[in-house]
Design a protein around this ligand. Structure first.
Ligand SMILES: NC(=O)C1=CN([C@@H]2O[C@H](COP(=O)(O)OP(=O)(O)OC[C@H]3O[C@@H](n4cnc5c(N)ncnc54)[C@H](O)[C@@H]3O)[C@@H](O)[C@H]2O)C=CC1
Ligand SMILES: O=C(O)[C@H]1O[C@H](OP(=O)(O)OP(=O)(O)OC[C@H]2O[C@@H](n3ccc(=O)[nH]c3=O)[C@H](O)[C@@H]2O)[C@H](O)[C@@H](O)[C@@H]1O
Length: 436
């Protein structure tokens, strides 16, 4: 089949490359000339396991093309995917300006029957809006259908998630479009769920809001464990063994970040408010998360009342391991708190250093590796659970640290082991060790 994908970010590039890998002819369109030029030369704009191999292979065999010309994407494809960003606007809703720009290009260049598939995360009713815009603006009288096909991939495992989805949601009332979409997805061994367009649009926000709520819920249980005794990991195992609850997304930590949970939780609260409904649970999820991001430095403050001019090591900057994405990363809150308190920050991340530098500039020191970051500091704060931070040589860490203070935002170490090693150790929802 002939497809085009507008937006070559995490969703567009990965989806485009995976469809090309399955034998379809795919044109990826982006307004970012540098990105497109890079992709033509094998330079990936994002860090994603396995992506470069399939992009290079399919670019070489001609299944995958890159262009900055919207007309090419519209005229030379039968199915047009919209996969541009939908960041938060000033009121917490979704900014649809990039979607609007793509839709204008579609209306301007439509040259046959097209299926316009929205893969960007957009508020319920956006499909209607897209349909109306194309209808009003189209320059030639061709038919088209607008389908909602939300994306559920995770960063860090994007290729695998795209190739092996739990389900594919196809939201449309057009039988013709549904048939074509079924055929397009036949190679994925995943159940296909047909819904109306509104339901498909809501499914995406409901899924993210539910998962985010699970995280805030377990983080609140962790906060209770810290005050009452108890170990949040055991509690998570105990409740997660119930299939109705499941053990997924019950890792307590420093709060959720990333390009989607923060913006999508706010957006669904905003959509509800626009329709006169106060979405209390998700509103609290957001509030709990904001507070959770601050808990690590609050623990540090308990041990060190004055952080002025104190050097602190921060391990992990990306919002989760295996990505260089710094959007809404909890590390940003941690670093800000430390700098506001007058501390000096030495940071290290295996892949997000370049992205981090765009945000923190020269306000922090960038280290060569974890040990270099820890050297001559008063405390370590572990923010992102990269594999290499889960197996640190603790004797060496102890030797390099001026104080033996270790704050573990992801429960990477066992409190008993840290006690034996002589650390003052704080984690999340578990007993603190050797504390003041
Ligand atoms: N990042 C993720 O893990 C997931 C994201 N989503 C949703 O997918 C959408 C895209 O997200 P990402 O891929 O993360 O965004 P991104 O920011 O990585 O990429 C968006 C791309 O769109 C391009 N773009 C902007 N305007 C354009 C236009 N008029 N024509 C062509 N290209 C244009 C940008 O230059 C950029 O390369 C969002 O709605 C997001 O909520 C959904 C599931 C997973
Ligand atoms: O809409 C999106 O963009 C995507 O958002 C999330 O994917 P992603 O943000 O890539 O990463 P997750 O693995 O979900 O993690 C999100 C955040 O939650 C945190 N998290 C996750 C799980 C957990 O148990 N505890 C926890 O704190 C992570 O550290 C991270 O900061 C969803 O998992 C995807 O299904 C969805 O497609």
């Amino acid at each position: 089949m002939k497809l085009s994908v507008f937006g070559t970010g995490y969703v567009g590039l990965v989806s485009g490359a995976c469809f090309a890998e399955l034998g379809h002819e795919v044109i990826c369109v982006d307004i970012d000339e540098e990105k497109i030029e890079g992709l033509r030369n094998g330079v990936m704009p994002i860090y994603e396991d396995g992506l470069k191999e399939i992009v290079d292979r399919n670019y070489a065999n001609g299944n995958l093309k890159f262009t900055t010309l919207p007309a090419e994407g519209v005229t030379e494809s039968d199915i047009i995917f919209i996969a541009v960003g939908t960041p938060s606007d000033n009121e917490g809703g979704a900014d649809l300006s990039a979607v609007e720009a793509v839709v204008e290009s579609i209306a301007e260049n439509i040259n046959d029957y097209k299926i316009v598939v929205d893969k960007s995360t957009v508020p319920v009713g956006t499909g209607d809006w897209v349909e109306e815009m194309i209808e009003e603006q189209k320059e030639a009288d061709y038919e088209f259908d607008v389908v909602s096909c939300p994306e559920f991939l995770r960063e860090g495992t994007a290729v695998d998630d795209t190739m092996n989805p739990d389900r594919v949601v196809i939201g449309t009332e057009s039988e013709k479009a549904a048939e074509v979409m079924d055929e397009l997805h036949q190679d994925f061994e995943a159940p296909i769920l047909h819904t109306d367009r509104y339901s498909a649009e809501i499914i995406k926000y409901a899924a993210n809001a539910f998962l985010a709520t699970k995280i805030s819920f377990i983080n609140e249980i962790a906060n209770i464990c810290e005050r009452t005794g108890g170990n949040v990991q055991e509690v998570a195992k105990g409740i997660g063994s119930d299939h109705r609850i499941s053990d997924k997304f019950l890792r307590a930590g420093v709060g959720f970040g990333g390009a989607c949970f923060p913006k999508d939780t706010k957006a669904i609260v905003s959509t509800a408010a626009e329709h006169g409904y106060d979405f209390k649970i998700v509103d609290s999820t957001v509030e709990v998360n904001e507070a959770q991001k601050k808990t690590l430095v609050n623990k540090l403050r308990q041990e060190m009342s004055d952080l002025e001019d104190k050097k602190i090591a921060v391990l992990g900057l990306s919002f989760k391991p295996n990505t260089d994405d710094m959007r809404e990363a909890p590390s940003r809150t941690v670093v800000k708190q430390l700098l506001d308190d007058g501390a000096e920050v030495k940071a290290y991340d295996p892949v997000a250093m370049e992205e981090a530098e765009k945000i923190f500039g020269d306000s922090i020191e960038y280290s060569e590796d974890a040990y270099d970051a820890i050297d001559d500091t008063e405390a370590v704060i572990l923010v992102t659970e990269w594999d290499e931070f889960q197996n640190l040589d603790l004797d060496r860490v102890k030797e390099l640290l001026n104080n033996s203070l270790f704050i573990d935002g992801r429960n990477c170490y066992e409190p008993e082991k840290m006690k034996e090693q002589g650390f003052t150790y704080y984690s999340v929802g578990r007993k603190a060790i050797n504390v003041k």
